[in-house]
Ligand binder design. Structure first.
Ligand SMILES: NC(=O)N[C@@H](O)C(=O)O
Ligand code: NI
Length: 163
């Protein structure tokens, strides 16, 4: 395998992540009071896509382990559904993505998600499988269950080293 290609992380914001999906965060998000004012609702931070036959949206928990060495040699996409990851603890994690459509290694971008930031990959967004930083971590995941294959993969050569 070729030597890894280092890609520097850029700040994860709604704007920078817009080509790939949504950032799930209360920071900068509109909200309104519910439950007689005892709760703030940060409404519709992301939309769930569950496309195709017999499809519905499900909620899971992923207990992810860091990738060591941090060398990403595969990316995937889910053409029939979105996939959202929300850390359940104070956890940073890497987000390595490329726009939907034909895979283009030159369009890979790297973000480092900070505690309190979740991401929702829109259907078809290329992404690396879950990459916690430093230690195992649990994430709430909302994605599609349904008929047919919903995971295309591509090998990276050279692989990518987020930094
Ligand atoms: N395969 C699976 O359920 N997880 C991946 O899609 C991932 O993005 O981590
Ligand atoms: Ni995925």
């Amino acid at each position: 395998m070729s030597a890894p290609r280092i890609i520097e992380a850029e700040p994860l914001t709604r704007e920078t992540f817009a080509p790939f999906g949504d950032v799930i965060s209360t920071k900068g998000a509109a909200s309104f009071p519910i439950n007689a004012g005892r709760t703030e609702r940060f409404h519709a931070l992301a939309a769930v896509e569950a496309l195709g036959e017999d499809a519905d949206a499900i909620i899971s928990i992923f207990r992810g382990q860091p990738l060591e060495p941090l060398v990403v040699d595969l990316m995937e996409r889910h053409p029939q559904g979105s996939q959202a990851f929300m850390p359940l603890g104070e956890q940073s994690y890497w987000v390595v993505v490329a726009p939907p459509g034909d895979f283009d290694a030159d369009s890979i971008r790297v973000f480092r998600a900070e505690p309190g930031q979740g991401v929702n990959y829109r259907a078809g967004t290329w992404h690396a499988p879950l990459l916690p930083v430093g230690r195992d971590a649990d994430f709430l995941v909302v994605d599609r269950r349904g008929a047919g294959d919903n995971c295309d993969t591509v090998d990276l050569d050279p692989p990518v080293q987020p930094q």
